[in-house]
Design a protein around this ligand. Structure first.
Ligand SMILES: Cc1ncc(COP(=O)(O)O)c(C=O)c1O
Length: 437
């Protein structure tokens, strides 16, 4: 079937609420290139939203999955166990930041991991309140949507949301919540957590603060070096657990196994998903042993969690990152992309900010660099023209004016260069329709 025929089928088969960025349907994918049903190739600068860190159809992943599928594809780990679940838990325990002993269990999706992290944090502390951050994203189930900050499109019409959730501004330096500038500000925004304890919720009632070290959906917002340490210290002072949501940032994406390492902070609980299973649904909750072991037997679990095929894919992911030097590669790639965007920024005032860390690179688009008014229409036109020109991309930002790039960490140099040329050409094309950009 053609893209047009599949688009027509889509309109009669599934509801309009399911996201649709472009009328393109995949036939196959290899490393950083996706081929559609009509044979057209697209350079994948989104990696399925940070999932395909090891590229599409990496031979080691394909081999592991085929082998496992032929052995057994499901037992339910709680009924009959298997080694790959244990080995993968061991890997996460080994690489999770902090020297203390860890424990991990598996579920199916990022949102489910966050749900479980909150359950464990509440159980272990006997407290009920959770604090999250503005511009943060944690999923689309009811608890995770309650923690999520962005209203459109996620929260419109779906309430009521869970109670005992409080939200504070994040260290979004480009749009500082305190209208200050780093470093002169002394990272004062970290003190907004204390402000929440004074004005919104008794600190002794708070079970956990949940943070993405680098906000993904929020637009690759990278806080200053001292920020996370300050947040962690405030948490420790009040017996509050810090949950790191590493679902988008983890598994090598930022140039370290987990983004929190950049801030030298060891979270009490950490969630992973996305790149963990190389496209096979898999998510983990990793935490300090004494916290994780508080929950009574059978207090957590799920039918499919830690599916054996997904766990074998996950073990292949660790093997590939370790043996192919992908942590270093993430930084090389991200620097190359950001350097190119910074050069473009000198020509195109619409690029208000270029930011990211490791293999996370984004541009925030503004109508005017002085007012920083979000250029949502430009971003929309730019993103769809990028698709037309053959580059898969993903948007971000509370005002939908950020374009984020999450290339597979295995992307070849020439494919990256070709994709970046298309980004530049597309910017030139779209700018013509937006005078002054
Ligand atoms: C930081 C973060 N947390 C949670 C989620 C939710 O993950 P999932 O879509 O697998 O439920 C996402 C997904 O984008 C995410 O980026």
């Amino acid at each position: 079937m053609t893209n047009a025929e599949l688009t027509s089928l889509r309109s009669t088969a599934i509801p309009r609420g399911v996201p649709a960025t472009a009328p393109v349907y995949a036939a196959k994918a290899r490393n950083a290139v996706v081929t559609d049903v009509e044979g057209r190739e697209y350079i994948d600068f989104a990696a399925g939203i940070g999932v395909m860190n090891v590229g599409h159809c990496h031979p080691k992943v394909v081999e592991a999955v085929k082998d496992q599928a032929a052995l057994f594809s499901h037992t339910c780990f709680g009924l009959i166990g298997y080694e790959s679940y244990l080995r993968l838990a061991e890997k996460l325990n080994q690489y999770a930041p902090g020297a203390s002993a860890k424990r991990t269990f598996f579920v199916n999706s990022g949102a489910e991991a966050v749900e479980n992290a909150v359950k464990v944090a509440r159980y272990a502390t006997g407290r009920k309140s959770i604090i999250s951050f503005e511009d943060g994203f944690h999923g689309r189930t009811y608890m995770t949507l309650s923690l999520t900050s962005q209203v459109s499109p996620y929260k419109i019409g779906f309430g009521p949301y869970a109670s005992d959730v409080y939200r504070i501004p994040y260290a979004y330096c480009y749009r500082c919540p305190l209208a200050l500038s780093y470093p002169a500000c002394g990272c004062e925004c970290a003190g907004l957590l204390q402000n929440a304890f004074d004005k919104h919720v008794n600190a002794e009632d708070v079970a956990a603060v949940i943070a993405e070290a680098v906000q993904g959906e929020g637009g690759f917002i990278v806080p200053p070096p001292e920020y996370m340490g300050k947040i962690k210290k405030l948490c420790e002072d009040h017996g509050i657990l810090l949950i790191a949501d590493e679902i988008q940032t983890g598994i090598g994406r930022t140039g370290k196994w987990f983004a929190m390492e950049h801030w030298g902070v060891a979270p009490d609980i950490m969630t992973t998903a996305k790149a963990l299973g190389a496209g096979f649904p898999l998510a983990g909750i990793t935490g300090r042993q004494e916290i994780m072991d508080t929950v009574h037997p059978s207090g957590v679990g799920t039918t499919y969690g830690g599916n054996p095929v997904a766990c074998r894919a996950g073990l292949a992911v660790f093997d590939i990152i370790e043996t192919e030097g992908l942590l270093q590669r993430a930084t090389v790639l991200g620097d190359r992309i950001r350097d190119r965007f910074k050069a473009l920024q000198t020509q195109y005032p619409v690029i208000g900010d270029v930011r990211g860390i490791g293999g996370m690179a984004a541009m925030e688009l503004v109508e005017d660099p002085g007012t920083k008014k979000p250029a949502g229409d430009f971003a929309k036109a730019f993103r769809s023209r990028l698709y037309e020109n053959g580059v898969v991309n993903v948007g971000a930002g509370t005002f939908h004016n950020v374009v984020r790039f999450l290339v597979p960490l295995t992307i070849e140099d020439d494919t990256l260069a070709k994709g970046l040329d298309i980004v530049e050409e597309t910017l030139a094309q779209v700018s013509k329709s937006f005078p002054g950009s």
